[in-house]
Design a protein around this ligand. Structure first.
Ligand SMILES: [Zn+2]
Length: 282
């Protein structure tokens, strides 16, 4: 009897390892590799957008200061910092973190002595990131910052969306929104911890009313226009519909089969599960 149990535990163990390895090789490794790649877009004389290498980043250069939106992770964070230092010289650098996830804020470690602005509190961040990557200043309300001839609004969402303390950044002259992971382009969201799909839906309604959005730099994926927000809104509406009506699930999930996904974690199925859990908790 015991031998049989041991044998079966062994078989289950091997099968689980095989499934894990397959998922890693098919989904996670290619995803991690594309995450590492960066693309630099010289949008205009002052604005540089660096896609990938963690979350997408922006560098807005002016005569008096340099604004950086999200500091990336690993080598890409180091490369970003080099670019920023070359532009800044002796000018001060102001950093905005859209949220605490390391793919967006790990590069904070390179900016000791500069101001790093974020949503939430020191206590909140201390529980989630290392001492080396803590922001220095905490947004209570939205804040306007003049960077050269651009007016920048740093806008904390004040509710659970991707995290409990997401911040978006709007460039008025360019009519451009940096959405952090509240807005993704053709990628399923990772909804962990405080993430709330209803918070996303409320935010998609709110943002176009607050800002005239012509251009969007999403947290991940290519930059584009307002269609990125509309497509991501439709994704959440579709997953909510699928959570309520199982007969539509297959068809609605198939709509997004070309999006970047990781099964169980960052996928249409995972989003539907979160909608399910939420309606049970209500
Ligand atoms: Zn991210």
């Amino acid at each position: 009897m015991l031998k049989k149990i041991i044998k079966w535990v062994g078989i289950i163990f091997v099968v689980l390892i095989a499934i894990g390895a397959t998922l890693y090789l098919i989904y996670l490794r290619p995803f991690m590799n594309t995450m590492k790649q960066t693309t630099t877009i010289q949008y205009d004389n002052e604005l540089t957008i660096i896609l990938g290498g963690g979350g997408n980043s922006g560098i807005l250069n002016s005569d008096s200061m340099v604004l950086v939106i999200d500091t990336k992770q690993d080598e890409a964070a180091e490369q970003l910092h080099k670019m920023v230092s070359d532009m800044a010289g002796n000018k001060p650098v102001l950093i905005v973190d859209t949220h605490f996830h390391p793919d967006h804020s790990d590069g904070n470690r390179f900016y000791a002595g500069q101001t790093i602005l974020a949503g939430g509190t020191l206590e909140y961040w201390k529980k989630r990131v290392g001492d080396q990557t803590l922001p220095t200043s905490w947004l209570k309300d939205s804040m306007n910052i003049e960077v050269g001839d651009e007016m920048v609004t740093v806008y904390p969402l004040g509710k659970n969306v991707h995290t409990a303390n997401d911040v978006v950044v709007y460039l008025h002259k360019r009519k451009m929104l940096f959405g952090g992971d509240v807005i993704l382009n053709r990628q399923a969201p990772a909804l962990m911890g405080a993430a709330n799909p209803e918070g996303y839906l409320a935010t998609f309604d709110l943002l176009p009313n607050v800002f005239d959005i012509q251009k969007i730099v999403p947290g991940h994926g290519e930059m584009g226009g307002i269609e990125i927000l509309n497509n991501f809104r439709q994704y959440f509406i579709d997953m909510k519909t699928a959570a309520r009506d199982g007969s539509k699930r297959e068809e609605l999930e198939a709509k997004y089969k070309d999006w970047a996904q990781i099964p169980f974690f960052m996928s249409s199925g995972a989003t539907i599960d979160v909608f399910h859990k939420q309606s049970i908790n209500k």
